[in-house]
Design a protein around this ligand. Structure first.
Ligand code: NAP
Length: 262
């Protein structure tokens, strides 16, 4: 390798590397969260990968060095605290928290009960709020932690014609919460940002991509003419998790193939 190449690798490792850092990723048993956990581990982090399907997390930890599987229902207060406590008691630090676990509610507002509405907000919004506040109280000051909240394009624009009142409310709320926590915690060096994914083919969107009509609708309305594929959002997560984004907080990073720029 030439001196220039060695210097280039050093610059990239310094900016994007996560060696020695500790991350918690919720919803890491499938879809986007699984990719986030793999990416952070590949960059050198120890990743506490959380979800309810422990078998999947154990399988992931068998494939990828640096992954620690943790069974956690993020709607359960005790599980949330145990997840953060485990990461900090094992390692003495917590550098990255990715609030990714989530699911949609029913499409039509009139079919959504108040109880159901609350349950989507509990999972998609309140769980991340509590994980973040609980973690920040315990994160050592020198960690300069990065919190990343996974929102959605429907936090920015309407879900029409799909529908989803509680889901849209939770994802728009995530963006407001991100700005607010960023403002409250900036001076202690904790950064808080959101990622807005467009349409990616995961378990959650299975019905969308397996149906020709709705898959065509995604293609027609996305500037790049297709849905996102595995790995295409991981660079955004690595950027926000690492020192490459050290002067960025309170922001929304949109990874949607141009969906919201129409
Ligand atoms: N795919 C897209 O097009 C898209 C677009 C915009 C935003 N998003 C957002 O991206 C995030 C990930 O979704 P995905 O597309 O990757 O869907 P997914 O494959 O269905 O993943 C959802 C994850 O959330 C976890 N989860 C659900 N309820 C949980 C609970 N109570 N406690 C702990 N974990 C729970 C699931 O794990 P367990 O079942 O094992 O608990 C699973 O790992 C969600 O917040 C979603 O709203 C996705």
């Amino acid at each position: 390798m030439t001196d220039n190449n060695i210097e280039g690798v050093r610059v990239l490792t310094d900016m994007f590397g996560l060696t020695g850092r500790v991350a918690v990723v919720t919803g890491a048993s499938s879809g986007l969260g699984l990719g986030f956990a793999r990416t952070l581990a590949a960059a050198g982090a120890t990743v506490y990968a959380a979800g309810r399907r422990l078998d999947r997390l154990i399988a992931l930890s068998g494939e990828v060095p640096g992954i620690v599987p943790v069974r956690c229902d993020v709607t359960d207060d005790g599980d949330r605290k145990a997840l953060v406590d485990r990461a900090i008691s094992d390692t003495g630090r917590l550098d990255v928290l990715i609030n990714n676990a989530g699911r949609p509610g029913p499409p039509n507002a009139e079919d959504e009960t108040l109880e159901g509405f609350h349950s989507i907000l509990d999972l998609n919004l309140a769980a991340g709020f509590h994980l973040a506040t609980y973690a920040v109280a315990k994160i050592p000051a020198e960690n300069h932690a990065s919190i990343i909240n996974i929102s959605s394009v429907v936090g920015l624009v309407s879900t029409a014609p799909i529908g989803g009142a509680s889901y849209a409310a939770s994802k728009a709320g995530t963006l407001g919460l991100t700005r607010e926590l960023a403002g409250q915690w900036g001076r202690r060096g904790v950064r808080v940002n959101s990622i807005v994914p467009g349409w990616f083919d995961t378990e959650m969107t299975d019905g969308l991509f397996s149906n020709d009509k709705s898959a065509g609708w995604v293609r027609r309305n996305t500037m790049l003419g297709r849905g996102g594929v595995e790995g295409e959002i991981d660079g955004a997560v690595l950027f926000l998790a690492s020192d490459a984004s050290s002067y960025m907080t309170g922001q929304t990073l949109v990874v949607d193939g141009g969906w919201t720029a129409r």
